[in-house]
Design a protein around this ligand. Structure first.
Ligand code: HEM
Length: 447
């Protein structure tokens, strides 16, 4: 049994049946309903209209007031489910990966095994260590600017130019995500994969099956076809792509590199969502737009890899509307907390929007505040964890803002953008609980 030593006000508390039902109805069901691995656009639209995410955050605040520090054990049959309620506990749990708080949980396994059985996120020690190392090395987890960034700028510029010439003055989600995935396939697999939309579509179908986790029997043939195609692309090891980097690394069978890359292809979808929403935030906030334009103009093409303010806008996009709303852990042993024990196999849930949008603790909760990401560390004790933190932090936490900011710069370099429906985001009103990216549309004008 391990002791968690930070100061903790209260021990694990038990939620009443009524409160448990309220959490299921207001937090769990809407999160699952929107789709965990691939979003269901109609449910996302409904969530924005009914402000479901705002209600979920208020429910969690209520639980904190009622039960204190927690963690809060829900009154559900089967294995224990614990909701994390305090900032200290978030840091404690995330610091404790992979043991005693394993990132690999039964639920995640059931969902992701539909297309990436050996991805690091659902791997156990000792295999996890090599798979995590592969991700860290290839994506350069620690470096704000990837060593191949120069090459990626060229790819992004090329695709953004084609996107803008095709869309004219009207930029829709469909056009954006098509261009974004051309960038992603070129960056990861090389130019030959640019037009292999079928690869992305096959993965989308597998992700849709994964949304149902245990409840879907799986699509084994499709999974095999997807992996065969992916491996063909990887085998080419096209110079200038991450596939070439992978080929130059001494990978082992245990690395399961294709499974790691399948995750990259999947996870760039939320990367695109975050980037498109960041464009909406910039378009609707004139002062931020001014700073963005100034930064892009000052940097010029040569310094596109840096753009700290544009990156901060993307980080704000995932703070305000986290694309991984639930960070899940599973206890690998009984864990002693001040005032109680979290039993082995407890499913631990950190609901990110509750911390990111907690207006009782974060004054900026409902407004666009990119400076949150530019300030020095002390203010950051409050958990802003769109990419998680600690040993299980997303290894692309630098890569995603880097690629996204390159895309935003390529679009805004010569264009002014405006939301076609300006009522959806207004700088003097609290930001909505979620923003349906699928129906966002921009008007573009030459600047
Ligand atoms: C907006 C975009 C993204 C967000 C918000 C995001 C967020 C996260 C979060 C919160 C986790 C931890 C999940 C958990 O512990 O349950 C995670 C893990 C991971 N992410 Fe991302 N991610 C994004 C995009 C990407 C991309 C584009 C890649 C790859 C190119 C990537 C690669 C990974 C990998 C490999 C893991 C597993 C790490 C491990 O096993 O420890 N992510 N991501």
């Amino acid at each position: 049994m391990r002791r968690q030593d930070a100061a903790v006000r209260d021990g694990p508390a038990k939620a009443s049946i009524k409160d448990t039902l309220a959490v299921l109805a207001e937090v769990v069901v809407p999160t699952l309903g929107k789709g965990v691995l691939i979003r269901r656009p109609r449910v996302v639209a409904l969530a924005e209209r009914l402000n479901l995410d705002g209600r979920a955050v208020r429910r969690m605040q209520y639980l904190r007031r009622k039960y204190g520090g927690g963690p809060l054990l829900l009154a559900v049959p089967g294995r224990p489910q614990a909701m994390i309620l305090t900032a200290e506990h978030v840091h404690q749990v995330l610091r404790g990966a992979p043991e005693p708080f394993a990132p690999s949980t039964l639920e995640k396994h059931a969902a992701l095994a539909h297309f990436e059985e050996k991805v690091s996120l659902i791997s156990q020690p000792p295999e996890r260590a090599e798979r995590r190392r592969f991700n860290d090395e290839m994506l350069e987890n620690d470096r704000p600017v990837h060593s191949m960034a120069n090459r990626f700028v060229t790819v992004v510029d090329d695709e953004a130019r084609k996107l803008l010439s095709e869309t004219g003055d009207d930029l829709s989600w469909d056009a954006f995500i098509t261009a974004w995935y051309r960038v992603v396939r070129r960056v990861i697999l090389g130019h030959e994969a640019r037009d292999d939309q079928n690869l992305t579509d096959m993965l989308a179908k597998l992700r849709a099956a994964g949304n149902w986790a245990f409840l879907h029997p799986g699509r084994k043939q499709l999974q095999r076809r997807f992996h065969e195609r992916l491996k063909e692309h990887l085998k080419r090891a096209e110079p200038g792509s991450l596939a070439a980097r992978i080929a130059s690394r001494p990978n082992m069978e245990v690395t399961a590199s294709a499974d790691q890359v399948a995750h990259w292809l999947f996870a760039f979808d939320p990367g695109g969502i975050a980037t498109f929403r960041a464009l909406a935030l910039i378009a609707s906030h004139p002062e931020a737009a001014r700073r963005v334009n100034e930064e892009i103009a000052t940097a010029g093409r040569a310094n596109r890899e840096e753009l700290p303010f544009v990156r901060a806008c993307i980080l704000e996009s995932v703070r305000i509307w986290p694309t991984t709303p639930a960070i899940l852990r599973e206890t690998t042993e009984d864990v002693q907390w001040h005032g109680g024990v979290l039993p082995k196999n407890t499913h631990v849930v950190i609901y990110a929007p509750y911390f990111h949008r907690d207006d009782e603790n974060l004054p900026e909760a409902h407004r666009f505040a990119p400076d949150l990401w530019l300030e020095a560390a002390p203010a950051r004790r409050w958990p802003l964890i769109p990419f998680s933190e600690g040993p299980g932090i997303c290894p692309a936490h630098n890569f995603v803002p880097m690629l996204g900011s390159m895309m935003i710069a390529a679009i805004l370099e010569k264009h002014r953008i405006a939301l076609q429906d300006p009522n959806r985001l207004q700088p003097d009103r609290p930001l909505p609980g979620t923003l349906d990216n699928y129906t966002l549309r921009f008007s573009l004008a030459n600047s």
